[in-house]
Design a protein around this ligand. Structure first.
Ligand code: ADP
Ligand code: MG
Ligand code: MG
Length: 910
């Protein structure tokens, strides 16, 4: 049996050289935090020593129903002893105690999991040792009370307010304003009081190991403190918040989290101590130059919690006693960027003038910053263009295509805050996450307005169009999460006095009071808040985005390795086509013709469908021909020189008819008024006659063209005559006709024959030669199975992966998403929604059809025009696994698809 190493050491110690075992590549074993702590040790940065317990240990612990795998506890005990030896101190020692932090750290940075426990190892004896060593009873007692408070809240889930209230009461009794003014005795009394709260709140039956002499007791044994804290981290991997976050970010539940046990350093040891967070470049806009916040005489979470107002990192060098540490930090910034060749996010603590690095990772950034940083780093020679492309997450580009305030509209700024996450949003004020979810579910946009957010707010933050906080900074929870999700966010709107209980906001300096449901607009790029709804505009593709996308085009269109990865657009009208050209689409991959029958044209198609009278039907067809021809003329003119795949009519015809239920109500109403309803009754009879019990699998797609032979005649004629007219005008129209929902080869063959006859007619009529490819939309499993047969008669295949997913699974999309997909995802029957990211089995069908088609006709081309064509992960699969030539997606997804296609090609070349 091979034994797996479960614990990895990092750093050295006062009595030890560096003994680091891990490195940055061990993300999946040590988690991001652990891997990078090890890496920082390796490159000689000052890191408090410690050890990391692997993610695999967490997985085994969770899988065994919260039971420790054999040997794991022994290994942890050995590592603890080793750490004690390295430091020359022992946990719980009454003379000179070792204190540690217990920190979670998954392979991906993951808010939502357990918080960190600091100062672990304190008890009634070791606090005396800490006093003896520091000669600072205030610091020691404060550390002890913080430890009990954190341990109780984080490890045992006891309400943090119970402790905060106790402190507030103590301040009142002592007659002081701040915690810092509490006396040593006050703090010692608080420790006792906290222990009582602990004893009261913990359920003895759930924690038998905490029962001493029949009552629950705060654990004095540091080994027990440590084991409980580690168990809590492992348990937090599967808590609801963490699961929601992972699902949203498509992170597997099987990874587990690591636990880092690390020697404490103290940022709260007086005026030459501090703690802070920083980025090596601005995470909002990408500008060069460090960026971050710090607090003097504070510990860890104080910075992010927004309890005290932080100072900007640029001021660190001006604090007396911190000058040297500031210079050292600057040097470390340079080392880290040079080493990681990326923008780094850093946590540090300065203990009495000495700098300690507590964390680093590639910093989260807005899309705008990602582009700026990538371009700058290419210029600086740090990375290549290909690397730059691999650094930018395609789905993030969406942010840049977010709406902005229409600058032509004059806005009255109601309040200002920090520009925490770009984009503008308009919505109703809500004061709680539950209300945000409720308003969102009612189909209305909500702006979540909070003092500050915490991980429990995640649901509401997902549901909200925008987020506003009155307190936090740019590195606060709200800001970090909003940037990650691409949700507009304005933080630190200090003039908002929020009363969440009364559901109102008083705007300082005005007599304005905002209530729940009032509409406000926020611009997270500018950090402004406006009362009422500001008109929004969509931005253009310019500057950095354009630069990066042109690099992407160079990569994806390079045919030296065999084939280019092309991007087309799904566009049904000239406006969409024009927008898509601006966004860099090469051609139209799908033009749905049925949308052209809606609006005031509904009447015409209705009379065609419902009339028995041949003349009426003929007239309707003639009218349809006229309007369709005009539609195609405009679109083909816009797309001159570029392919445009036009799909013949696809949906069930009843979609063009009145709703029979509404019509029945109408009849009843008219009858009650004594009106004549005979026409309406006849109409209802005809509509009822068209009703199918399962329209998705009914008379639609190519089946319509076979049953109503006039329809394809009319549509192909419209396409061909539009092309002929444009040719005569000197344009270069390139329509391609696509036959939808084919499952039987003969369906395609017959429809193709009809189309070819019509094209020949039109050619003769206009005296021009037309070259119109005719292809098949492959969206049924049977078509994939007989793709070689169909290929003999088709010029191209385009995969309709929405229907292919529906029919492969036997799911109807709307029913699935409304009724059972959420449960499937929750119960992990499915890992992801197959309508968002292509399912492997569906992908296999696509690949099979491509292979069969290519074997028969090597010069055939293949595309994907389902919504998956705009999903970055699916795009990689379509190109690299299925071997298609293009993906086609909605206009706003085109920029994202260009980048995703380039990345697909780069990963394929690896
Ligand atoms: P998160 O993943 O939520 O950022 P961390 O494990 O990084 O949690 O801990 C949060 C903060 O706690 C750190 O930024 C740091 O300031 C403080 N901290 C953690 N470990 C130590 C330590 N060993 N010494 C001093 N401060 C620490
Ligand atoms: Mg951290
Ligand atoms: Mg379809």
């Amino acid at each position: 049996m091979t034994t797996m190493q479960r614990v990895y050491k990092f750093g050295g110690g006062v009595a030890s050289p560096d003994v680091t075992e891990g490195d940055a590549s061990m993300n999946y074993i040590l988690g991001g935090k652990g891997a990078n702590l090890a890496e920082m040790c390796r490159i000689g940065l000052p890191v408090p020593p410690g050890f990391t317990i692997t993610c695999q240990t967490c997985v085994e612990y969770d899988e065994a129903g919260n039971n420790w795998p054999d040997g794991a506890l022994d290994e942890i005990e050995a590592a603890t002893r080793d750490l004690e030896a390295r430091m020359g101190k022992r946990l719980g020692d009454a003379e000179d105690p070792l204190l540690v932090s217990v920190r979670s750290g998954a392979p991906f940075s993951m808010p939502g999991m357990m918080d960190t426990v600091l100062n672990l190892g304190l008890n009634d004896e070791s606090v005396m040792g800490l006093i003896a060593q520091t000669d600072n009873p205030h610091f020691a007692w404060d550390s002890y009370r913080r430890f009990i408070q954190m341990f109780s809240n984080v490890v045992l889930g006891i309400d943090a307010d119970l402790f905060e209230n106790a402190i507030a009461e103590r301040r009142l009794i002592a007659g002081v304003r701040t915690d810092a003014e509490l006396s040593d005795e006050d703090l010692r009394d608080l420790v006792d009081e906290f222990k009582e709260i602990f004893a009261r709140e913990v359920d003895a039956s759930a924690y038998p190991e905490l029962v001493v002499d029949g009552t629950v007791t705060f654990p004095a044994d540091p080994r027990l403190q440590l084991r409980l804290a580690i168990q809590a981290v492992f348990g937090s991997w599967m808590n609801e918040r963490a699961c929601i976050y992972r699902q949203r970010n498509r992170i597997s539940d099987d990874l587990g989290t690591a636990v880092n046990v690390q020697v404490m350093v103290f940022g709260n040891k007086g005026e030459t101590s501090a703690t802070g967070v920083a980025f090596t470049r601005d995470p909002a806009c990408g500008a060069r130059g460090t960026y971050g916040d710090f607090l003097v005489n504070a510990q860890g979470e104080d910075v992010v919690a927004g309890i005290r107002n932080t100072e900007p990192i640029s001021d660190l060098a001006n604090v007396p006693g911190l000058e040297e540490a500031a210079a050292e930090l600057d040097r470390v910034f340079g080392i880290l960027e040079g080493h990681y060749r990326d923008m780094c996010d850093i946590e540090f603590t300065i203990e009495q003038g000495k700098l300690w690095m507590l964390q680093t990772r590639a910093g989260k950034r807005t899309a705008a910053a990602a582009l700026r940083i990538a371009i700058d780093m290419v210029e600086e020679g740090l990375i290549s263009r290909d690397e730059a492309l691999m650094r930018i997450d395609p789905s993030q580009l969406d942010q840049l295509l977010h709406p902005q305030f229409d600058t032509s509209a004059a806005v009255d700024v109601l309040a200002r805050g920090l520009n925490a996450s770009p984009g503008a949003a308009v919505g109703e004020i809500v004061f709680s996450s539950d209300d945000a979810v409720a308003v969102h579910e009612a189909g209305r946009p909500a702006i979540l307005v909070r003092w500050e957010t915490n991980p429990d707010d995640l649901k509401g933050m997902v549901a909200a169009e925008g987020i506003l906080t009155s307190h936090g900074g740019k590195t606060s929870h709200a800001a970090v999460i909003a940037r990650g999700m691409g949700t507009p966010c304005v933080c630190g709107v200090e003039s908002f006095r929020i009363d969440a209980a009364a559901k109102e906001v008083h705007v300082l300096g005005t007599d304005i009071v905002l209530h729940e449901g009032d509409v406000i607009s926020i611009d997270g790029g500018q950090g402004i808040v406006v009362a009422g709804a500001v008109p929004l505009v969509k931005p253009e593709l310019t500057g950095d985005l354009d630069t990066v996308l042109s690099w992407a085009d160079d990569v994806r269109l390079d045919e030296s390795d065999g084939r280019g990865y092309h991007v087309r657009v799904n566009a049904d009208n000239p406006e969409d086509a024009e927008l898509a050209l601006e966004f860099g689409a090469e051609a139209i991959g799908l033009c749905r013709t049925e949308h052209m029958f809606l609006g005031d044209r509904k009447q015409i198609i209705q009379s065609f469908i419902l009339s028995d009278d041949a003349d009426v039907r003929a007239k309707a067809l003639e009218d349809l021909l006229a309007v369709q021809t005009e539609d195609f003329v405009t679109m083909l003119r816009t797309m001159t020189g570029r392919a445009m795949v036009i799909r013949l009519i696809d949906p069930p015809l009843h979609e063009f008819l009145d709703d029979p239920r509404e019509l029945a109500v109408e009849i009843a109403r008219k009858e009650a008024l004594g009106r004549d309803v005979s026409d309406a009754r006849e109409r209802l009879r005809l509509i009822d006659g068209m009703v199918e019990s399962n329209p998705m699998l009914g008379l639609r797609g190519v089946r319509l063209s076979i049953v109503y032979a006039d329809l394809p005649l009319m549509q192909v004629r419209a396409v061909a005559s539009a092309a002929a007219r444009l040719k005569l005008e000197g344009f270069d129209p390139r329509p391609e006709i696509m036959i939808p929902l084919v499952s039987i080869t003969e369906e395609h063959v017959q429809t193709r024959a009809v189309a070819e006859r019509v094209i020949m007619d039109v050619e003769a009529e206009y005296g021009v030669k037309l070259d119109i490819p005719i292809g098949t939309m492959i969206e049924l499993p049977r078509a994939c199975l007989v793709a070689d047969e169909i290929a003999a008669h088709a010029d191209f295949f385009c995969f309709g992966t929405n229907d292919l997913t529906q029919t492969t699974f036997g799911f109807s999309r709307d029913d699935a998403e409304a009724k059972f997909l959420p449960a499937y995802l929750h119960e992990k029957v499915l890992a992801s929604n197959p309508f968002e990211t292509v399912d492997p089995a569906v992908l296999q069908l696509v690949k099979m059809a491509v292979d069969k088609g290519r074997a028969v006709t090597p010069e055939m081309h293949f595309g994907v025009c389902g919504e998956h064509g705009g999903d970055p992960m699916s795009i990689v699969d379509f190109f690299n696994t299925a071997g298609v030539d293009y993906v086609s997606c909605s206009p706003y997804r085109v920029p994202l698809a260009r980048l995703a296609a380039a990345r697909a090609k780069l990963t394929c070349a690896l």
